[in-house]
Design a protein around this ligand. Sequence first.
Ligand code: 13P
Length: 255
Amino acid sequence: MRRKLVVGNWKMHGSLAQNKALIASLIANLRDLKNADFAVCVPHPYLFQAQALLQGTNIAWGGQHVSRFEQGAYTGSVSARMLADFGCTYAIIGHSERRVFMHETNMTAATSFGAALKAGLTPIFCVGETLEEREAGVTEAVVESQLIAILNTLGAQVLSEAVQQRAVLAYEPVWAIGTGKTAAPEQAQAMHAFIRRKIAERDSGVAARVRILYGGSVKPSNASQLFAMPDIDGGLVGRCSLDPNDFKEICRAAC
Ligand code: 13P
């Protein structure tokens, strides 16, 4: 039985004062929820604050990106080891917003995935199709190519490393992100099952264990139906992770 996981992706939101209030509410709201795992992925400058306020609670923290390079002359970049230095458990990798706005590719995302594993982090690797791709009937091919990039870039042994570090996948249809449009539970389930099947073709043990989160307008009103699906192991939540009451309801739906 896979334990559910709910991760808040704060994206580029927050300030020291706002985070302090939000984290205090989250700690109070989630304290009594014992039957799932919870985390928030914060902008890099706030990792120190997240660590200071969240250590010892049932909420883990992480970053939203790591450089594919280990260290060196890469101005503006943040390495996986730096995230580990601030006690991060998780790092979101290959989010569609980074693919679109920061020109990340399957190859760079896969290399960052490897860098996160090497630093002892649990990567949350995002895959998902755009509306145009869905309408063109190539959803499965697109998602498969995003997954395969990990194996092509890092080699087949990455699967055992990934499972050791409890790597997480997130299916985030781009057309559902920040739009209020959510994939229907059955539609999301079909893609989660597809992703698990693709992994099972290579290693059925890994496929059975890997947690696959759904992301894209998860809200209190749809979380229970989504999380009831057999291959949906929790959520990667954007907008509603900034509201402590909405996030609480979503976390409660995972328990
Ligand atoms: P929303 O929940 O705001 O749609 O964002 C989803 C997302 O991108 C999580 O990574």
